[in-house]
Ligand binder design. Structure first.
Ligand SMILES: [Zn+2]
Length: 129
């Protein structure tokens, strides 16, 4: 049996000031996981950036991660990594600067390519005691 999913409703839940759970869901199965500390940092970035941010990759289920040729131990699999861009293309460098000011890249919990910024928790940060 195939279930009918109401895509306008599923995960349409506000989880922080500017983000909904649906923004973190897996594109193939709509499951979602997001670590609260990662969400806290992302919201902090969004608040300071003061312009819309698009999550280009949030949670990935194991199947989707394989399809995307993601790392075997990708933190997308456990809700501890998000890839983001500025919705306004020309603000990408500004977004990088905001992230860098808030989450020093030296702490290895953020880095970026020409296309997107990765925010993630380090192995130590991800552990909840
Ligand atoms: Zn999936």
């Amino acid at each position: 049996m195939k279930y009918a999913v109401d895509f306008k409703v599923i995960n349409n839940i506000k989880v922080s000031e500017n983000f909904k759970l649906s923004e973190f869901q897996c594109p193939c199965c709509y499951r979602a996981m997001i670590h609260p500390e990662l969400l806290r940092r992302l919201q902090l970035v969004r608040t300071n950036f003061n312009s819309p941010i698009r999550v280009t990759s949030g949670y990935r289920c194991p199947l989707y991660n394989i399809r995307k040729e993601g790392a075997v131990h990708s933190k997308h699999l456990i809700g501890e990594e998000v890839d983001i861009i500025a919705i306004k293309d020309d603000l990408f460098a500004e977004l990088v600067a905001v992230v860098e000011a808030i989450i020093p890249f030296g702490e290895h919990s953020a880095n970026y390519t020409e296309q997107y910024i990765r925010l993630f928790l380090t192995d130590k940060e991800g552990v909840t005691e």
